[in-house]
Design a protein around this ligand. Structure first.
Ligand SMILES: Nc1nc2c(ncn2[C@@H]2O[C@H](COP(=O)(O)OP(=O)(O)O)[C@@H](O)[C@H]2O)c(=O)[nH]1
Ligand SMILES: [Mg+2]
Length: 456
């Protein structure tokens, strides 16, 4: 293994790995869902947290103690992965490393023993070396295409992450390109090996020199193909790196998710609430964003472990106009069982007017009303007595609820400041209560599904 390869592999290991845990649950279970039976097994995975089945049209976590052989590998359109699939992606070698390692190995392949005739021995050596090169190049590519999960089998949260960060269809396209390269390598490799193995050409038997030439031509051809089209593998390597760096949420650990407009103080609060230093998870959005980060922290309280994370800020606009970072926030809230800490900045500092924040808040609250919820008004150290009204707004059009929101935030909201510490103790207590309630929810869901009706 080359040094370059080792380094590149190391760089692909994400810090978020620590969030994964080995599952106690088995896989490959059939859950009876109404009249329809859906297999929920997951392919090629031995680490799993919660599997998802489709029950009455929605994703429901399923667990079981029995095991079913994985007979449904190819036809299970309803097989769904648990979260954490990105941390289990195969390590991808850079294309140059695959190529040079394959060339080195192929060139060491000796001819079959006991061939006395020199020309024949050379032909045999050439054919074997070309065959070996073809295999050394094709095998890793096959492993990648087989072991990168099919998007449709992923947990909906991770499917959204793929679409939002790589762009719609790009994940599949990269895998298709890798497979096309593999097919080409196999086709050309076989063809060149058989040309090399031929003992004659137009009635003239091939000499040792002819065989050597054919071997070199074959090696060069395969090398050329791999050099020209190896970009597919490097694209896959980048895809793997990007996906491994994605925020991972363990579905069995209660998670507090901070939501609100941009710059309202979400990340600052994640830092305050985290015990230990939160990790910065880079969101490498190639289409069309540059690198952004999301803070992910952990809360250890009274022997319990919780997760806390912020989300990209939401603006006042309709879903069609939302950028991918905003869509990511919605994906987190739609697909993950998180408790929400909604942050309101009524100071006008964040750039989104309180009335716009009110509109966003109302929409999100309505949409995700089933989530456990806590509201905070941030930056109370600089909060003025008189409500902030942006010049562009018509304050006469205010209704009572908005006027109240501008002044106090939503009913029951806690006022906090990370600058002077006000309200933080109360916030921590309330957050702990909220996460405790979230834990109860998770446990009751798990025990509800601990004994699903099994169909064998
Ligand atoms: N005065 C004051 N500024 C704050 C407070 N919390 C956050 N900020 C500032 O508000 C800005 C945005 O904060 P940040 O946590 O990055 O917001 P996010 O975009 O919602 O994650 C930063 O400049 C913070 O220093 C606070 O309690 N008081
Ligand atoms: Mg932030």
């Amino acid at each position: 293994m080359s040094g370059a390869y080792c380094l590149s592999q190391l760089s692909q290991i994400s810090s978020t790995k620590i969030l994964l845990k080995t599952s106690k649950f088995s896989k490959g279970v059939y859950v009876k869902a109404g009249a329809t039976k859906y297999p929920t097994s997951c392919f090629c995975r031995n680490v799993q947290t919660v599997t998802y089945g489709i029950v009455n049209g929605s994703y429901v976590p399923t667990t079981s103690k029995t095991q079913q052989p994985d007979k449904t590998k190819d036809n299970a359109s309803t097989k769904l992965e648990s979260v954490g699939a990105f941390q289990k992606l195969p390590m991808v070698m850079p294309s140059v490393d695959i190529l040079y390692s394959a060339l080195r190995k192929a060139k060491r392949v000796p001819p079959t023993k006991g061939i006395a005739n020199i020309a024949k021995r050379e032909r045999n050596r050439g054919a074997k070396q070309l065959d070996a090169l073809m295999k050394e190049l094709a095998v890793p590519l096959r492993e990648y295409t087989e072991n990168f999960p099919k998007k449709k089998f992923l947990h909906p949260y991770e499917r959204s992450l793929i679409e939002l960060t790589l762009g719609d269809g790009n994940y599949e396209e990269v895998l298709r390109n890798v497979d096309a390269l593999r097919k080409k390598v196999v086709c050309v490799g076989k063809e060149r090996a058989s040309i090399c193995a031929k003992w004659c050409n137009s009635g003239q038997s091939l000499t040792k020199r002819d065989a050597e030439e054919r071997l070199n031509e074959g090696l060069e051809k395969l090398e050329e193909i791999f050099k020209c089209e190896g970009k597919a593998v490097d694209d896959l390597l980048n895809v793997a790196k990007t996906l491994r760096a994605m925020p991972v949420v363990d579905l069995e650990t209660p998670t507090l998710c901070l939501v609100g407009a941009p710059n309202v103080g979400k990340s600052s609060l994640v830092r305050v609430l985290s015990t230990g230093k939160p990790e910065m998870l880079k969101l490498v959005c190639n289409y069309p964003f540059t690198t952004r980060g999301i803070l992910m922290g952990h809360i250890a309280l009274k022997f319990q472990h919780f997760q806390v994370t912020d989300t990209p800020g939401l603006l006042k606009r309709c879903d069609e106009d939302r950028n991918n970072l905003e869509k990511l926030t919605l994906a987190v809230l739609s697909h993950l069982p998180t408790a929400i800490l909604y942050v309101h900045d009524l100071t006008g500092e964040c750039g989104t007017s309180p009335s716009d924040q009110f509109v966003i808040y109302k929409e999100i609250k309505e949409r995700f009303s089933d989530h456990l919820w806590l509201d905070v008004v941030s930056k109370c150290d600089i909060l003025q007595e008189s409500p902030v009204i942006f010049i562009t707004e018509d304050s006469n059009a205010d209704h009572l609820e908005l006027a109240r929101y501008r002044k106090m935030g939503p009913e029951g909201a806690i006022r906090v400041s990370v600058k002077n510490g006000k309200g933080l103790e109360e916030l921590k207590v309330r957050v702990h209560e909220l996460l405790g309630a979230q834990m109860d929810r998770i446990q009751s869901t798990t025990s509800d599904e601990a004994s699903p009706e099994l169909v064998t």
